[in-house]
Design a protein around this ligand. Structure first.
Ligand code: DAK
Length: 259
C-alpha cells in the first residue's frame, strides 16, 4: 500500500468491497479527501449489483482518530454549515447494503462516528473508542450524541462525551457498541469472513433486514412492527425466497440473484 494513497479500495472477497483508511502518520484522521472517498466508494457500491457488503477498516494499528483537526483552524460557522462533508456523511448513513467495520486501535470523534455508521463492528483487543470533541470546544457532529447514546445508554455516553473518557474493546463489547472482540492480528480477517457470509445470503432479504433493524432506532415499536410485517410479506414475492426454500428442500446451497 503506497504512502501517497490516503485510502485504498479493494475487492478481497466475492461481492465484498473493502475501504481501507491509509493516513497512518495522522492516525487515519478523516480529512475532506477521505470522507469524500468513502462517500464516492459507497455511492458506487450502492449502484453496483455485484457488491453485496462493504468492509471499512483502518488496518491493524488505528481505525481513525477523528476528523482532521488540522483543517479546523480556518473553518468558520458557514464553512461547517455548508460543508460538503455533511452530504458525504449522509451518503454513508443512507447506504442500503450492509457495512462491517474492523476496528483496531483508536476510533475517536468522527472515527467512532464512522464505526457507528457500520451495521456490525468487529473490534481488535487494542481498540479504543471515544468522543473527545468537547476537548476542542465542540461536540460530536456526525451523529455521535445520538447514536452512541442509543447504543451504550445515557450514562456511559455522557461520560464519554462530557468527560472525554475513552473506553476499551471489552467495555465496548459489554455495552453493545461492538459485536465481537478479536486479537488485533485477526480483526480484519474475521470481519472479512463475516462480510463474505453476509454477501452469500439473499441480497434483498439482507437489505430489507438492515432497513428493518434500523427502523428500531427511530420508530415506535408499533410502527416498527408494522414495517416488519409489510417487509416480511413483500419478501414472499421474490425469486430469492423461492430459491431459498427450494434449496432447503433439495438440500443444496441457494443461488441468489437479488430479485
Ligand atoms: N487530526 C489531525 N491529526 C491528528 C489527529 C486528528 N484528529 N489525531 C492525531 N493526529 C496526528 C498528530 O497531530 C500527530 O501528528 P504529528 O504531530 O506527528 O505530525 C500524529 O497524528 C500522532 O498523534 P499523537 O502524537 O498525538 O499520538 P499519541 O499516541 O500521543 O496520541 C491520540 C494519540 C489519538 C490520543 C491523540 O492524537 C489525540 O487525542 N488525537 C485527537 C483525537 C480527537 O480529538 N479526535 C476528535 C477530532 S474532532 C463533521 C462531522 C464530524 C466531525 C467534523 C465535522 N461535519 C458533518 C462537518 C468530527 C470531528 C472530530 O472528530
Amino acid at each position: 500500500m503506497s504512502e501517497e494513497q490516503e485510502y485504498l479500495v479493494t475487492e478481497p472477497r466475492n461481492h465484498v468491497v473493502q475501504f481501507t483508511l491509509n493516513r497512518p502518520k495522522a492516525l487515519n484522521a478523516l480529512n475532506g479527501n477521505v470522507v469524500s472517498g468513502i462517500a464516492e466508494t459507497l455511492n458506487a457500491a450502492r449502484d453496483n449489483d455485484d457488491v453485496r457488503c462493504v468492509l471499512l477498516t483502518g488496518g491493524e494499528k488505528v481505525f481513525a482518530a477523528g476528523a482532521d483537526i488540522k483543517e479546523f483552524p480556518t473553518q468558520t460557522v458557514s464553512d461547517i454549515l455548508l460543508d460538503s462533508r455533511t452530504t458525504h456523511w449522509e451518503a454513508i448513513r443512507s447506504f442500503p447494503k450492509p457495512i462491517v467495520a474492523a476496528v483496531n486501535g483508536y476510533a475517536l470523534g468522527g472515527g467512532c462516528e464512522l464505526a457507528m455508521h457500520a451495521d456490525i463492528i468487529i473490534a481488535g483487543e487494542n481498540a479504543t473508542f471515544g468522543q473527545p470533541e468537547v476537548n476542542l470546544g465542540i461536540i460530536p457532529g456526525a451523529g455521535g450524541t445520538q447514536r452512541l447514546t442509543k447504543v451504550v445508554g445515557k450514562s456511559l455516553a455522557m461520560k464519554m462525551i462530557l468527560a472525554c473518557e475513552f473506553i476499551d474493546a471489552r467495555t465496548a463489547l459489554d455495552s453493545g457498541l461492538v459485536a465481537e472482540v478479536t486479537p488485533k492480528e485477526t480483526t480484519i480477517e474475521r470481519a472479512l469472513d463475516l462480510a463474505e457470509t453476509i454477501a452469500s445470503k439473499p441480497p434483498l432479504a439482507v437489505r430489507i433486514g438492515k432497513q428493518a433493524v434500523l427502523k428500531a432506532f427511530d420508530m415506535t415499536l408499533e410502527n416498527g412492527l408494522e414495517f416488519e410485517r409489510r417487509a416480511f410479506a413483500t419478501l414472499f414475492g421474490t425469486e430469492d425466497k423461492a430459491e431459498g426454500v427450494a434449496a432447503f428442500v433439495e438440500k443444496r446451497k441457494g443461488d441468489f440473484k437479488g430479485r
